[in-house]
Design a protein around this ligand. Structure first.
Ligand SMILES: Cc1cc2nc3c(=O)[nH]c(=O)nc-3n(C[C@H](O)[C@H](O)[C@H](O)COP(=O)(O)OP(=O)(O)OC[C@H]3O[C@@H](n4cnc5c(N)ncnc54)[C@H](O)[C@@H]3O)c2cc1C
Length: 311
């Protein structure tokens, strides 16, 4: 049987996470089919035709799908789900919103936040905020998987994959909810999910003003994305979509600079797999130093401007 990959879209283009999903799907048996759901998604379809490792592209492009409703996505996935052995989607808000509904309606076991795939029935996922890794065997006929994107490399290259393209009929869609408005935080910085360098701030910044005045010049010098601890988000220093951690984004950039962040286990769960971690904190006993590659003990109000000017 084949694997169904459900791609996340952003402004009708494919998000780069589709490439990590293909790497994950390649560890299973069978062909990979890609499902695109939305309205006016011609750009996403053109990009999908260039992805290596895709045998078939399924498209549902309809004005009714412009609101990205998880209830509607669920119905579309359910209309074809029994043709597949595995259903893969990112462990992002997009995937977490609809895949549990699909799994429940199929009466199958979802494996969430998969970080490794040994074969078609064996998977690994973190538990207790990443303190332990659970190795799981599933022998059910359809296995829904949300994939932790940062745990898989992106499949590289562009090629005309000659995939068969099928336009699916729209199933009956529920009218359970309606999107009233969409507020997107626009930024010219790299996307936090995929940035190679992340500068992240915590409660130690002391104010929203300080957060931006100290961290933005440093991030600009490094072409980095900005991140934040939950405390910084809750205090209004940074927007919600900056949050890194167990209940925020789980990332693994090449370089993560943690400024005024203590290193609570829930924060570490979101960034401890970063390739190089730099921590700046005035408390020499801060937990963040236990996982940092470079530890700088000092007052961030002095250290960060100095670091920025030296860069
Ligand atoms: C269920 C659950 C889920 C959670 N999910 C998340 C999550 O996804 N992400 C997350 O981040 N947290 C999460 N948390 C919260 C987490 O437990 C911590 O409360 C939070 O991470 C603390 O943020 P912080 O490090 O910015 O603040 P604090 O712990 O208050 O640390 C601030 C640090 O700044 C340092 N500091 C202060 N002033 C200066 C200065 N002038 N110079 C240098 N250093 C300075 C201090 O020494 C301190 O170490 C979650 C908690 C729960 C219970």
């Amino acid at each position: 049987m084949a694997n169904l990959i459900i791609a996340e879209l952003e402004k009708s283009s494919l998000k780069s996470s589709v490439r990590q999903l293909i790497t994950a799907a390649n560890k299973l048996q069978g062909d990979n089919h890609l499902l695109l759901i939305g309205y006016q998604i011609g750009d996403a379809l053109a990009q999908a035709k260039q992805l290596p490792g895709i045998k078939k592209i399924l498209v549902v492009d309809n004005p009714a799908l412009g609101d990205e409703s998880p209830e509607k996505t669920t119905e579309i996935v359910l209309s074809i789900a029994t043709n597949y052995s595995h259903i893969l989607t990112p462990a992002s808000a997009f995937g977490k919103n609809f895949l549990p509904r699909v799994a429940a309606r199929l009466d199958m076991t979802q494996i969430s936040d998969v970080i490794a795939i040994q074969d078609a029935t064996h998977f690994s996922r973190p538990i207790y905020a990443g303190s332990l890794i659970a190795d799981i065997e599933v022998t059910e006929s359809i296995i829904p998987l949300t994939i932790r994107i940062s745990a898989f490399d992106a499949v590289m290259g562009d090629e005309d994959n000659q995939a068969e393209i099928t336009h699916l009929a729209l199933p009956d869609l529920p009218q359970l909810s309606q999107r009233i408005a969409l507020q997107l935080h626009e930024s010219s910085r790299p996307n936090l999910d995929s940035a190679k360098i992340v500068v992240s701030g915590g409660r130690g910044l002391g104010s929203e003003e300080n957060f931006h005045q100290l961290l933005e010049p440093l991030a600009d010098k490094l072409s980095a994305a900005l991140g934040a601890s939950r405390a910084a988000v809750d205090l209004g220093y940074a927007p919600n979509d900056y949050q890194v951690g167990q209940t925020g984004k789980i990332i693994a950039p090449q370089l993560y600079i943690a400024v005024g962040i203590s290193g609570a286990i829930q924060h570490l769960a979101g960034m401890k797999n970063s390739k190089c971690i730099v921590a700046i904190n005035k408390d020499p006993d801060a937990a963040i130093f236990s996982i940092a590659d470079y530890s700088l003990v000092g007052d961030l109000n002095e250290v960060v401007p100095e670091l920025t000017s030296k860069l």
